[in-house]
Ligand binder design. Structure first.
Ligand code: SF4
Length: 128
């Protein structure tokens, strides 16, 4: 599975709402797999990923309708957690992020995201 850096957070906070029916269906399928408890190998990709593929905002490869914003989310996740464009086990990465992240870091990364105030990101990622 290809995941872009900030989607390491979105896949934790996701609570069933999304940009379209097709997007939600795909997101449900992917998050069911990632949350099943079985280790899932992912390829961290600094570009369009398997969530973007079904998103109405994807205009092309590495070209989101809100590209400047999503690239900023990605860059901050990469910098805070020292990530590289390579294969990881999703559950190991999530564990590392949950150990290292602070409320200030999450608020900084997700500033400007319309889902952040209404999703379960703080609860799932910070445990509060
Ligand atoms: S809004 Fe942009 S970054 Fe987010 S899933 Fe859609 S295409 Fe991908």
């Amino acid at each position: 599975m290809d995941l872009r850096p900030h989607h390491l957070l979105c896949t934790q906070g996701y609570g069933g709402k999304g940009y379209s029916g097709e997007f939600v269906e795909n997101m449900n399928r992917l998050t069911d797999r990632l949350r099943s408890g079985e280790p899932v190998s992912i390829r961290l990709k600094f570009s369009t990923d398997d969530l973007c593929t079904y998103c109405p905002h994807m205009l092309g490869e590495d070209f989101c309708r809100t590209n400047e914003k999503v690239k900023r989310f990605d860059r901050k996740v990469v910098e805070y957690f020292h990530l590289e464009e390579k294969e990881y086990i999703y559950q190991e990465l999530v564990e590392k992020i949950r150990k290292e992240i602070t409320p200030e870091m999450l608020a900084d990364i997700c500033a400007g995201c319309s889902w952040y105030p209404v999703s379960a990101c703080k609860e799932k990622i910070l445990g509060i």
